[in-house]
Structures are given as C-alpha cells and as structure tokens.
Design a binder for this molecule. Structure first.
Ligand code: BV8
Length: 255
C-alpha cells in the first residue's frame, strides 16, 4: 500500500501521530546504534554493560563506557529527523514522542511532548539518596578511571540516570506511553530494531486498535510484519519527506 492510500484512511482534520523511536534516529547525529555493525562498544555488548550486575561487578568499566558515549554526545546535534518530529508537534499533528534514546536530542530539537522510556544519560543520580546532577560536561566526560562518589551521602557511587536491562521502567512513563499509543491513529516506528521489551510491544497495541503503523528503517525488523508501510532508507531523509507530505495533507482539510 502506498503512503497516499494510507493517509486517506485518516481524516485530514483528525491526525493523531505518536512516534516510537530508537537509536537509529540519532545515527546521523553521530551517535552509534546499539546493535549495528558500528555498535556502541565493539568489544562488549550493550546488554553486558547496561545492567545493574555489570555496574556492581565493574563500575569502572561501566563508567568508562558512559564517559565514552558522553564525549560523543557532547558534539552531537539534532538532525533533520529530530527536527521533522518537532515540526509535526508544532503543526499539532503529533501527540508525542516515545523514545528509547537517552541522548536528549529530541528536547534540544525543540520537541516538548516526550517520554524518555529508558531515562537520560545527561544526568546521574545516587542510588541511595536523592542527589541528582547533570553529567553532560567536558570535565565529567573526560577519560578518567575515577569512580564518582555521591557528594551528598558519599558512600555510594553515583550512576547514570538510565534504565538498565533487568530494571523496570518507571510506571508513569509506561502509563503515559500506553495512553498516547492507544490514542494515536498513526504510529511512526523510527530507527528501532524492535527487540527491546516492553517498548517493542507498543506498535502491537497500536495495530490491535487499528492505528496505521508506519516504520522508518534501513532494514527489515520484527516490526515490519505488522506495519502498514515500511519506508526503507535513512530516516534523516525519509522522515522530513513524510512530514512534508502529511502536513500538506492535513492543511488540505482547511483550504
Ligand atoms: C524490563 C538505556 C522488567 C541504557 C536501554 C529475553 C527475551 C525478551 C526480553 C528480555 C529477555 N531478557 C531480558 C528481557 C527484557 C529486556 C529486553 O528487552 N532485552 C532485550 C535485549 C531482549 N528489557 C528490559 O530489561 C527492560 N526492563 O523488562 O523490566 C522488570 C519488571 C519488574 C522488575 C524488574 C524488571 C529495560 C530495557 C531498557 C534497557 N536500556 N537503554 C543505555 O542506553 O545506556 S535499551 C537500549 O536499547 C537503548 O535504549 C536503545 O535505544 C534500545 C533499543 O535499541 P534500538 O533503539 O532499537 O537500537 P538498535 O541499535 O537495536 O537498533 C537501531 C535500529 O535503527 C536498527 O533497526 C537499524 O537498522 C536502524 N537504523 C540505523 N540507522 C538508521 C536506522 N533507521 C533509520 N535511519 C537510519 N539512519
């Protein structure tokens, strides 16, 4: 089915988009993906490092990994794919962005309605007191093997404010993501391999509610089989083209 046919399945004056986003959207901003060949950390797998066990077992290695990612992130800027989602929100066509990414680039792009399902790498927190601090600075990201202890209660090593594998997602984030997904009539699934639970189940909920599911990826994923349309190509190119098309379609209703 082509995009025009699909779009005509929703009222031009009643477009409610939710975007479910993964690391592929930030590739063009210089952020490596988790599972691609240029994966985040070639000699280790993210699932080996982004876990409470890895942090307990070797906090230095885990902090080395996060500092390395932060050094890349400090130079990263939103790309045309992030900006396309901000434009859809400005045009009042987007309910919100459900992102698995922890890089904060949607917020920097100017999007307001965002749920960061897996937390935020630009912040660190103490596991035992309520100390919370920004981590996205040159000095904090520089290569060093010191372990950052909590300046408040000092007996704990602070940790990135992210959700690790094996940790539950915050209820309020999950509830909001489900509410948005059930309220959408178009769900965009952008730059995600669709393997991480529970976010990967959201497109299935949408499909069950007869929402239109459109996938943006450079290759087939498990989401492709439930998508009404898979638009293959780099999303930094395909998403702005889609946004332009759907904005034109929505405006056609007011002409
Ligand atoms: C939970 C934060 C329960 C940290 C992340 C066995 C089977 C099934 C499930 C499990 C299992 N064992 C364990 C689980 C559950 C586990 C899970 O899903 N594991 C996976 C690996 C199977 N999930 C969890 O543990 C979650 N918690 O279930 O809790 C619970 C309940 C009560 C009590 C205790 C526990 C928590 C998951 C969160 C993990 N944290 N990140 C950090 O970032 O440091 S996940 C991490 O993966 C990132 O957030 C990342 O975004 C996310 C998903 O990956 P993708 O975004 O999809 O990235 P990926 O590289 O995979 O894909 C990129 C895609 O982009 C590719 O498709 C590529 O083709 C495409 N692409 C590339 N370039 C472009 C592009 N597309 C378009 N344009 C381009 N230019």
């Amino acid at each position: 089915m082509d995009l025009d046919t699909i779009l005509h399945r929703v009222e031009a004056s009643d477009i409610r988009i939710v975007s479910i986003v993964g690391s592929g959207i930030s590739k063009a901003s210089g952020m490596p993906t988790f599972r691609g060949k240029d994966g985040l950390w070639n000699n280790y797998r993210a699932t080996d490092l982004a876990t409470p066990y890895a942090f307990k077992n070797d906090p230095r290695l885990v902090w080395e990994w996060y500092r390395a990612r932060m050094r890349i992130l400090l130079d990263a800027k939103p790309n045309p794919a992030h900006n396309a989602l901000t434009l859809l929100e400005k045009e009042k066509l987007s309910i919100g962005i459900i992102t698995q990414n922890v890089d904060g680039l949607h917020e920097i792009a100017g999007s307001k309605e965002i749920v960061e399902m897996h937390g935020r790498i630009r912040y660190a927190r103490c596991p035992s007191c309520n100390h919370y601090e920004r981590w996205d600075s040159k000095e904090k990201a520089e290569k060093n093997s010191d372990l950052p202890y909590c300046p408040n209660c000092s007996n704990q090593i602070i940790r990135p404010d992210v959700v690790w594998f094996g940790e539950p997602l915050a209820n309020e984030r999950w509830n909001k993501a489900v509410e948005w997904t059930l309220n959408a009539n178009i769900v965009l699934v952008i730059g995600t391999s669709g393997v991480v639970v529970p976010v990967s189940s959201l497109p299935v909920f949408a499909k069950e509610r007869n929402a239109i599911v459109i996938e943006f990826n450079i290759e087939e994923t498990p989401i492709s089989s439930i998508s009404d349309l898979s638009i293959f190509g780099p999303c930094e190119k395909t998403l702005p083209e889609f946004a332009e098309k759907i904005i034109k379609y929505s405006r056609g209703s007011n002409d």
